[in-house]
Design a protein around this ligand. Structure first.
Ligand code: TRP
Length: 342
């Protein structure tokens, strides 16, 4: 009914780390073989919280560089930054009028991000999930690789698509669409969910906003720094278990084994077959070698691409043109369906 395609977005808010790499970017790389993929650097989302303009530019290019350095082919897929394609913002406005206050009031991420200062949060931060729905639906994308933290937002996208389809049912039929205008986008879960946790607290997600840099491995860290961070990663006094069940109640051990498995494209079971009974010190040595060997070529390439921003901008511009070619005709249909003259 709808042609299958993938859309995902990454915020250019700085400090790409191992969690972004294993949790998102490697999945994006794998998907390009099976789907038409659109990967968007969501600068409009980023400014829902104030960003320094120079840093925003740098971070946007850094995400583009990380995508390409990790193996996403910008010819085969579309890589671009959101603000270059006005269809996102235009469709988001229409969705602001489709989504209900009650729906957005339930979004846990807003509650977490706004915290006690709700009155002071930007309107954009509150309406952010509507923009995310617009990102996906501007391309009538059917599949969205997302982490756990974005599942609720994706459900909201489905609710918006559904409500638009019913609110404008007659007009949609009159425009020649028999089965609704928007698809209900589905989460795409590929392989075991890789949730990379902080190196200092196995119960917290690895995050760019954590004050201590020792909690994360950045895609720009050199071998020496990676080694230091892994060696200092929190552990517990027991040797490693031989079975996955033994990782229960041992969040730090679970996290390090999970990272090793993901980097090796293997499973926790298999990693524990090799390391069950080992001390952390021995395991950490291997983890350092593996992490460095995987990340070093990517880091080097990110640096190389970063040294030629004009080239990166050219890639983003070309991607934006291709994105417009898909999104603009869809937006034209939406405008007609809603009743805008033009
Ligand atoms: N909200 C996502 C995040 O913070 C980023 C994002 C924006 C996104 N638009 C999207 C993800 C569309 C998937 C699809 O991680």
């Amino acid at each position: 009914m709808f042609e299958e395609s993938v859309f995902s977005g990454v915020q250019p808010t700085g400090n790409l780390h191992l969690g972004n790499y294993l949790g998102a970017i490697t999945k994006f790389v794998a998907l390009q073989n099976d789907y038409k993929c659109i990967y968007c650097i969501v600068d409009l989302h980023a400014i829902t919280v104030w960003q320094d303009p120079d840093e925003l530019r740098t971070n946007t290019r850094e995400v583009a560089a990380a995508f390409i350095a990790s193996g996403i082919d910008p010819e085969k897929n579309i890589i671009f930054n959101q603000s270059q394609v006005s269809a996102h913002a235009e469709l988001a406005w229409i969705f602001n009028c489709v989504a209900r206050m009650g729906w957005l009031n339930r979004m846990t991420q807003f509650k977490e991000k706004a915290g006690k200062h709700r009155e002071n949060a930007s309107v954009g931060l509150f309406a952010y999930p509507n923009l995310m729905a617009a990102d996906i639906l501007a391309y009538r994308a059917t599949h969205v690789p997302v982490g756990d933290d974005q599942k609720q937002h994706l459900e909201l996208s489905r609710d918006i698509a559904q409500k638009f389809n019913t609110d404008y049912e007659n007009s949609i039929k009159a425009a020649g669409y028999e089965n609704g205008f928007f698809p209900l986008p589905e989460p795409l879960i590929t392989g075991p969910a890789t949730r990379v946790m902080s190196l200092r607290d196995g119960k917290k997600k690895m995050s760019k906003s954590e004050t201590s840099d020792m909690t994360r491995i950045n895609l720009t860290d050199d071998a020496e720094l990676i080694a230091k961070k892994v060696r200092k990663a929190k552990t517990d006094p027991e040797p490693l278990p031989s079975e996955v069940a033994g990782l229960k109640e041992r969040p730090e051990a679970d996290n390090l084994i999970g990272i090793f498995a993901a980097l090796k494209n293997s499973s926790k079971e298999d990693v524990l077959k090799d390391f069950g009974g080992s001390q952390f010190s021995a395991f950490k040595g291997e983890l350092v070698d593996l992490t460095v060997s995987k990340l070093e070529p990517i880091t080097t390439e990110i640096r190389k691409l970063g040294s030629d921003p004009a080239h990166l901008d050219q890639i983003l511009n070309a991607g934006a043109e291709r994105a417009k070619d898909i999104a603009n005709p869809i937006l034209d249909d939406v405008k007609r369906i809603v009743g805008f003259v033009g």
